[in-house]
Structures are given as structure tokens and as C-alpha cells.
Design a protein around this ligand. Structure first.
Ligand code: SF4
Ligand code: SF4
Length: 138
């Protein structure tokens, strides 16, 4: 759930306001978004992923974390390097490695591109463009 907008880092670009599917934010008088309807947050991480300056923190908890939680403590989140953490994880942002390149999900390497019923029998799943190729990670 969205927990923190860093007023220090935010550049008032409005992107998070526009991408939020449930209209959680309001634009403040100073241009900095305000979390106006936290209970409408779907924990989809889209605002954090799109924020160009990593000024947002969405906690992985799907309910308000509470005032005594580190998830609502801006200094703790900074110390843990978690502002924009989801954006970093998926590899969005200049100089980052795409999350698709880092994905090592073994299931995705084995899942055929078509449902079993549409595959010739026996199914051949190796070497198709739908499977993950072995790729070096930086
Ligand atoms: S996590 Fe998703 S629903 Fe929640 S504030 Fe961000 S964009 Fe909106
Ligand atoms: S996307 Fe980031 S920089 Fe832009 S208004 Fe939202 S918090 Fe501020």
C-alpha cells in the first residue's frame, strides 16, 4: 500500500497522479501529491514504478502499515534504500538492468507457449522463442 511521498525528492511532475488506477492522490497546492485516499490503494506499485525520481514508497503490505511501522518511517525507508525499490527491481530507470533479463524463473523456462491440448504430442518445449534464453546478467 502506498505509504510515503518524499517531498524532498518529488519534482511535482504529476505522473503518479495520472497513472494511479484508483485515484489515490490529490495534487497539493505546492504540486507535491498528497495521499488522499490511501484505502483505495490496490498495492499495484504503478506509481512507484513510474516516478522518475524514486520519490514514492509502496509497502508490500496490502493494508496501512501503521504509525509505528518502519514502512511509514521515511528515514527508515531511506536507510533501507527502499524508495523506488520496486522500480529498481523491475529495472526501470536509467542505467538499470531490465527485470526481464534477470528473471530466472524455472517455470517460465519450461512452460510451453500453447496449452497442452493445442500442442502436438509429445510436446516439444525446448528452444522456442517463448522460452527464456540463457542471458548474461551484468
Ligand atoms: S500502488 Fe497503485 S493503487 Fe496504490 S497509490 Fe500507487 S498506483 Fe495507486
Ligand atoms: S511521480 Fe514522483 S516526482 Fe512525479 S509527482 Fe509523483 S512523486 Fe512527485
Amino acid at each position: 500500500m502506498i505509504e510515503i511521498v518524499s517531498t524532498e525528492a518529488c519534482i511535482a511532475c504529476d505522473v503518479c497522479i495520472k497513472v494511479c488506477p484508483t485515484d489515490v492522490f490529490e495534487r497539493g497546492d505546492d504540486g507535491i501529491p498528497v495521499i488522499a485516499r490511501q484505502s483505495d490503494c490496490q498495492t499495484c506499485f504503478m506509481c512507484e514504478a513510474y516516478c522518475p525520481v524514486d520519490a514514492l514508497y509502496v509497502s508490500p503490505i496490502s493494508a496501512p502499515a501503521g504509525a509505528d511501522s518502519p514502512h511509514t518511517d521515511e528515514d527508515a525507508v531511506v536507510r533501507a534504500g527502499l524508495f523506488g525499490g520496486y522500480r529498481e527491481l523491475v529495472g526501470w530507470g536509467r542505467g538499470r538492468t531490465s527485470g526481464a533479463l534477470r528473471d530466472r524463473n524455472p517455470l517460465l523456462k519450461a512452460v510451453p507457449p500453447l496449452s497442452e491440448s493445442r500442442l502436438p504430442s509429445p510436446a516439444t518445449v525446448a528452444g522456442t522463442p517463448w522460452n527464456h534464453p540463457e542471458q548474461a546478467v551484468d
